[in-house]
Design a protein around this ligand. Sequence first.
Ligand SMILES: C[S@@+](CC[C@H](N)C(=O)[O-])C[C@H]1O[C@@H](n2cnc3c(N)ncnc32)[C@H](O)[C@@H]1O
Length: 302
Amino acid sequence: MRSVKSSVQGWKTAAACLAVVIVIVVQALGLGAVWPQEPAQPWIEEIAKQEKIYRSRGADVPSGYVTGRALSDYAELLPSGFCDALGRLGSSDRWLDIGAGDGQAILDYYAPEDDAASAEKCAWSWGKACAVAMSIEDRRTDKWQHQAASLGDDRIRYLSGKRLRDYSGEELGKFQIITDVYGGFSYTEDLSQFMEKVLGLLETGGVFYTLVQSVHLENGKDNPNTRYLTELVDAAGRDVKVCSWLKKTACVKVGCESKSDWDTPTELINIRKVCSDVSVPRMKLLKYEAGNPPGRRFQLEP
Ligand SMILES: C[S@@+](CC[C@H](N)C(=O)[O-])C[C@H]1O[C@@H](n2cnc3c(N)ncnc32)[C@H](O)[C@@H]1O
């Protein structure tokens, strides 16, 4: 009798611990308050796997998870016009790089003119604007620490430990340019909320430059055998192109450059904010599969 009672007691303790662990994991993932007795979201395990990718270090970093792209890589990957826009920024302007990884692009922007990186970086752009690197995980290198210390005066800042959605507008301030190279735009579980946040941080007249791979292209020239990574569907389940969705946003002008001849069909996207009353059409998440980048399926809300 005693042993049955104690095993029941042990089971209850284990169940209570498991419930606490679930709550802690859910809260750590920023998914808000969920009661332990509620069924877990079907993709919660995938999001936990994704966290492992963010936290990976050294040999554990998966091969496709690249975190050290140079400014010259940004120049090749982002829509045409990015380098010119960066070069036009003045000392009172601000650039936010969401999903900055090591922050190498910002280091190159501030590289001394006689540095090798300087010859390769975007033509005409050299460090004038204040630059903010944002990454979920802290991937600052010694090089970053040295350059930040020598520049002083908060010219370059590195924010980590949270996702874009967890920062308030007051904390971050406004930006003339926001970039995202295989960062939050490719990784978030809530693309509408992510876009709304980005546009809220842009000054009117400011531009968001990004790209997204393995998608249905605006020019329709993607190979139909593609293994699509980011898929959007309407309420009836029909495919929607990322650019068509973005173009439904109020107060923006969207430009898309479809790259059907890249390894995977990739859309280069620039979004200029033209007035302040931004409103992004909502979508809900239908599928999330951890990866670099993850596989995602969203459905436009009617
Ligand atoms: C594959 S790395 C890309 C790093 C860099 N842009 C490059 O090209 O080398 C992805 C980066 O996006 C960041 N990231 C993903 N989702 C994010 C979010 N919602 N908010 C902020 N950073 C995010 C990760 O923490 C990481 O720094």
